[in-house]
Ligand binder design. Sequence first.
Ligand code: HEC
Length: 157
Amino acid sequence: MTYSVDGVQYVAIAAGYGGALPLVAGALTPEATVNGLNRLAIFRLDGTDSLDVPQVAAREANLPAATALAEVIQNGWAQYERFCAYCHGSSAISSGVLPDLRHSAVSGSRESFEAVVADGAFSARGMPAMGDKIAPQDIEAIRQFVLSRAQAVRQDQ
Ligand code: HEC
């Protein structure tokens, strides 16, 4: 869009990647190698500055192996698909619009994962607190499912 303020004309461009399908269907979209490229770039017509290179989140995380029993991981998968897939991607495969939990250091720690998922440590960044909807043992089951998916990525490489 373009608009003017006090006689200066601006052109604003929403740049990046998104929409409902890329959010949920990471496996069907080109898998991103970085997160966080989306931004709003605003130019003024007589401007001379250049844009900063976008800050992207690293996707390397050295996650531990899943330790839970298969039935716990199975339950974690079901809980993940119910509560997380529509933002972080079905089967824990993100297209890069939002963090891919298989590559997030947060997934490596039970305490950090609980702080983010149950208590809303990142709610200011759009990650809802879900402790009132999901029981603590189900949150841990989701984390174990994510760790098992991260292991599958390592085995594919
Ligand atoms: C409504 C969309 C939405 C839902 C549903 C959602 N998340 Fe998130 N999540 C986000 C956003 C947005 C972020 C923060 C992105 C950022 O920091 O740029 C995030 C961040 C995270 C992070 C931190 C990742 C990192 O490396 O910074 C974790 C872990 C996480 N979510 C786990 C979950 C789990 C587990 C579920 C399901 C129980 C879930 N999320 C459901 C939107 C969502």
